[in-house]
Ligand binder design. Structure first.
Ligand SMILES: Cc1cc2nc3c(=O)[nH]c(=O)nc-3n(C[C@H](O)[C@H](O)[C@H](O)COP(=O)(O)OP(=O)(O)OC[C@H]3O[C@@H](n4cnc5c(N)ncnc54)[C@H](O)[C@@H]3O)c2cc1C
Length: 377
């Protein structure tokens, strides 16, 4: 007879690892199933850094959730005795009316967050590595910083296991089915049963939840690490993370870390792909585009290429997440569509999904993330 768990978590990336840890810590019997090895680089969560920021330009409704995420990341650090979050401060750069600038200012004002509104000259004075056209401005938020995504996942695996969770890697879920007595999940190894199922399949969500027809689009995203020509100007000790909305597009970047250089990526466009057929090689034209943006706005950061990588955004049409109960069965909950900005929330999303799965509701305000906005409910 198949072993029975309280909850099965399908997909152990950012959101699934956190959910498994929250559930196990709360005393539930948990089975986590992941198709690849721990810390694989086939999904959305590999690489050296993820930006965390508080004055959320996308929507002020995210602010309480990101504040909870900060608290939970700090707790995870204490629990596993390691540093996962480094505060560097962050710049949201653009024209005054741009979404990055006006949106972060709006969130900052609505939630009384600390920030400085800087002219281009003031921003350059504070961060001499920057070169901004004089009509641009920047919102500097002191609490922004860098999370180590692989360290965070590993920490959640540790916590989940410490509290008794069984994590199975290298096992792809082939199907699931909500029967009367239990939710059943099938893999090539066998069948597992649980009272509840949490689906956190990242870019594979459209396959795992094919019945829902969710409006998800997977994008191939390129990141390039450059060895700065002037490492001191961009060193993490005094240079912040940044997002830039400039005529060349929307970009995000990280300060220089020895051995890793500076990382930059483009946020507003990506090649549409599927997770099982994504183009992994990076073109010279893609490298040149990122190089040229650095050369213009952070001259001296654009040295030799250290390495490139591809990763995936799973976008919703409005770029907001979907956290929901399955309309066909309330024992099944899911989180997806974390687009290009979900990682920082993983600690809090894990808590939300764990609560939704077990209690059927969450203390967090997540109504704005309902699938009802896409007519799926
Ligand atoms: C280049 C890049 C930069 C980013 N920068 C930032 C940033 O600075 N700040 C930020 O907050 N966010 C950022 N993001 C977004 C963030 O990383 C993602 O939103 C987040 O990692 C998504 O996590 P996930 O758990 O949904 O997906 P994943 O981490 O991909 O996890 C899904 C998991 O489910 C598994 N799975 C799927 N189907 C099955 C199956 N059938 N059986 C078993 N396992 C299965 C997959 O193998 C995978 O491990 C960035 C993303 C990219 C790609």
């Amino acid at each position: 007879m198949a072993q029975q768990y309280d909850v099965i978590v399908l997909g152990l990336g950012a959101m699934g690892s956190a959910t498994a840890a929250h559930l196990a810590r709360a005393g539930h019997t948990v089975l986590g199933i992941e198709q690849f090895s721990p810390l694989h680089s086939n999904g959305s969560t590999h690489g050296k850094g993820r930006i965390i920021r508080e004055a959320y330009f996308e929507d002020p409704a995210y602010v309480p959730l990101v504040q909870r995420a900060y608290t939970l990341w700090r707790e995870l650090e204490s629990e596993t005795n390691q540093q996962l979050l480094r505060v560097t401060g962050g710049l949201n750069i653009g024209m005054p009316e741009s979404e990055f600038v006006s949106g972060s200012k709006r969130s900052g004002d609505l939630h009384g967050l600390p920030y400085d509104y800087l002219s281009a000259a003031e921003a350059q004075q504070r961060f001499p590595g920057l070169r901004l056209p004089e009509e641009m401005v920047a919102v500097f938020e002191p609490n922004a910083g860098v999370l180590l995504p692989e360290g965070c996942l590993d920490a959640y695996y540790q916590v989940a296991r410490r509290h008794g969770a069984e994590l199975r890697f290298g096992e792809r879920v082939l199907g699931w089915d909500a029967a009367v007595d239990a939710v059943r999940v099938t893999t090539p190894v066998g069948e597992y049963q649980a009272d509840r199922l949490v689906i956190t399949a990242g870019p594979w969500t459209a396959q795992v939840l094919a019945d829902l027809g969710l409006p998800l689009e997977v994008w191939r995203i390129v990141n390039v690490h450059f060895e700065p020509r002037d490492p001191a100007a961009f060193a993490i000790e005094h240079f912040p993370v940044y997002l830039m909305q400039v005529p060349e597009g929307d970009y995000y970047g990280f300060p220089a870390v020895p051995g890793e250089g500076v990382k930059i990526g483009r946020h507003d466009i990506g090649e549409v792909c599927t997770p099982d057929a994504i183009r992994r090689e990076v073109d010279q034209a893609e490298i040149d585009m990122l190089h040229n943006v650095l050369a213009r706005y952070l001259p001296g950061a654009e040295g030799e290429v250290l390495w490139t990588l591809t990763c995936m955004y799973t976008n919703t049409p409005d770029r907001h997440f979907i956290i929901e109960r399955h309309p066909g069965d309330e024992r099944v909950v899911y989180g997806c569509g974390f687009s290009g900005h979900g990682f920082k929330f993983a600690s809090a999303v894990g808590e939300v999904l764990a609560e939704l799965a077990v209690e059927g509701r969450t203390r967090h305000e997540i109504g704005f993330l309902s699938s009802a906005r896409f007519g799926v409910s």
